[in-house]
Design a protein around this ligand. Sequence first.
Ligand SMILES: Cc1ncc(C[n+]2csc(CCOP(=O)(O)OP(=O)(O)O)c2C)c(N)n1
Length: 248
Amino acid sequence: MKPIFEYTKGMREQDTHYCPGCTHGIAHRLIMESLDERNALGDTIGVCPIGCSVTAHQYFNVDSCEAAHGRAPAVAAGIRRAWPEKYVFTYQGDGDLASIGAGEIVHAALRGEKFTTFFINNAIYGMTGGQMAPTTLLGQKTTTSVDGRKKEISGMPLRVAEMLSTIDGAVFVERVALDSPAHIRSAKKAIVKALDVQEKRLGFSFVEILSTCPTNWGMTPVKAQAWLRENMIPYYPLGNFRCPEEVK
Ligand SMILES: Cc1ncc(C[n+]2csc(CCOP(=O)(O)OP(=O)(O)O)c2C)c(N)n1
């Protein structure tokens, strides 16, 4: 009998350490499935961040390495320049990419480095216990904004996809979300296009993935999905910001 569903070969067969309802696992699965579908698992090098996904290399069934906090784009740039025929990606949270690593990602985009960044925006620092991130929403309570983020103190939340889409070297920029099956399907399409950009060596490709952190948001997984939909998507609109003709 022909199987109607198979576990992707892109993920190693082991449990993850993620909290219930965390969408890191869905993001992992979509990226690995997309690489598997193009038979690229043996030709890929992932660069993992510091954050909850610090051990993602134990789940990704591809060669991977670890970068210092925020420095994954520099590591990926070096790898991709040394091995231009490989698929190279970074997988980074909002603390990693938009705080300590903000300069790194801007300059990788500026230089048009030919790797893909998957940016997991869950509006909080997950691993370290729920501190405010640059992407934390106004009014959102975190352990370092106990009365809610205030514009006068912390400024407005950073829209990374919009910022990077002003940089010519970032040829593919899209924001997706993991709050519903329809959005998860769209997320997969964006991931596939970002990998197409990489295969054609067109420039830097970037997919921002709006994600949940039920533990640090203090919600059930189901409420976290709704919170993402009702609060994050209005501020972080989904859609494509830049896409080269060759992959449309
Ligand atoms: C140089 C340095 N500074 C600070 C830290 C502490 N630290 C570890 S993970 C992290 C932020 C993680 O948040 P995020 O990137 O949003 O990923 P998440 O855990 O939410 O997936 C911080 C500040 C560190 N490990 N190294």
